[in-house]
Design a binder for this molecule. Structure first.
Ligand SMILES: [Zn+2]
Length: 185
């Protein structure tokens, strides 16, 4: 059972790209949901059970999201969680996070990384300091979920080249494909 989380909601302050010269702008909550919904549909096409943790457009606070997640973990065997985001703060490329320490999530994250390297025309940002290529952080959902969990930061919405890719059909398709490469077969 793949649990798909989309970060933020229309009521979240910030979490958006600059307005570009042609007036376009990416809102992270919208992008995250677009990827999450397409990923969910494509998993169902492959007969892989999955569930959108936050089907709502508004933001569900992290403590409520983790309650939903851990309830589903209790209900279904072999759950895995993917939280989908777009990055900001200066940089370029794609990265994936797991919780700190060596867990089942690390090997899973490495599979995503292979697909991101193959599919995306942007660098994959890696951290080998702990012996594996994913980044590790004490993010709330990663820390508190009862199942293996990864969080993807899909390019930098505050860098125009990254952002334009995320706003393109091709970009969304490729980002979904990276997540489909998670290898849960
Ligand atoms: Zn985010």
């Amino acid at each position: 059972m793949i649990l798909i989380d989309n970060g933020h909601g229309y009521n979240t302050a910030g979490k958006r790209s600059p307005v570009w010269s042609d007036g376009t702008q990416l809102l992270e909550w919208q992008f995250n949901r677009k990827v999450a919904r397409e990923l969910s549909a494509q998993l169902f096409d492959r007969n892989i059970p999955n569930c959108l943790v936050v089907p709502e457009d508004y933001d569900i606070p992290l403590n409520h999201r983790i309650e939903r997640i851990n309830m589903l973990c209790k209900k279904y065997d072999d759950c895995r969680l993917i939280s989908i985001h777009a990055n900001a703060g200066g940089g370029t490329g794609w990265e994936i996070f797991t919780s700190k320490g060596e867990t089942q999530s690390d090997a899973w994250a490495t599979q995503f990384i292979h697909h991101a390297e193959r599919l995306l025309p942007f660098p994959v940002r890696k951290d080998y300091s702990d012996g594996d290529p994913d980044k590790e952080a004490g993010f709330y959902l990663l820390k508190h979920s009862h199942c293996p969990a990864v969080l993807t930061e899909n390019l930098f919405m505050d860098r125009e080249e990254d952002c334009r890719y995320l706003m393109s059909e091709e970009g969304v398709r490729k980002v979904v494909e990276v997540h489909l490469g998670g290898g849960w077969k």
